[in-house]
Write a protein of this length. Structure first.
Length: 168
């Protein structure tokens, strides 16, 4: 009598399971950019070489006021982040930042927040960084719910949400 193909299935399964044994571990393999996704802690938004905003994590930065987040943004990216082409355009101005719940207002009498692509990038850096910072200071606020108004040397702009500045 010939064995049925069904009777051979457990043997084939066992053979396949044992075939993976003996694989040796490999060293570190370079695979490109770091993983992205949800992170904990502060996130700063810098401008990439391609003219887009890129968020970078500062998980150990402890902030208790929004002005501290703006200061970190003005200090710019780390050396490693600079080597990846990141920069901060939100420098050279003094900013006064106030918040109540999900509403944040940035005042800078010397700044122009409208008019050019560069201004849009600065605005995005401020809005996205402050949205994340406000959600850390007030845990009842989600970053996506934060609305930021920018008041410079012209008519106030906004309120803006970070998603308005992030391009796919």
């Amino acid at each position: 009598m010939k064995p049925s193909p069904r009777a051979a299935l457990p043997g084939i399964a066992l053979l396949l399971a044992l075939a993976g044994c003996g694989v040796q571990p490999s060293g570190v393999i370079q695979a490109g950019q770091p993983a992205t996704g949800l992170t904990k802690g502060l996130r700063l938004y810098f401008v990439s070489g391609s003219g887009r905003l890129e968020g970078v994590s500062r998980p150990h930065a402890e902030i208790t006021e929004l002005k501290a987040a703006v200061k970190l943004l003005a200090e710019g990216p780390t050396e490693a982040e600079q080597q990846r082409g990141l920069t901060s355009l939100a420098t050279g101005f003094s900013y006064d930042v106030t918040a109540k719940g999900a509403r944040v207002t940035v005042r800078s009498p010397d700044a122009t927040f409208a008019g050019s692509r560069r201004d849009d990038l600065v605005n995005g850096q401020l809005v996205c960084t402050l949205a994340r910072a406000q959600s850390l200071i007030d845990p009842s606020v989600r970053p996506d719910d934060v609305q930021v108004t920018l008041a410079g040397n012209a008519k106030p702009l906004g309120p803006y949400r970070c998603s308005q500045f992030l391009t796919p």
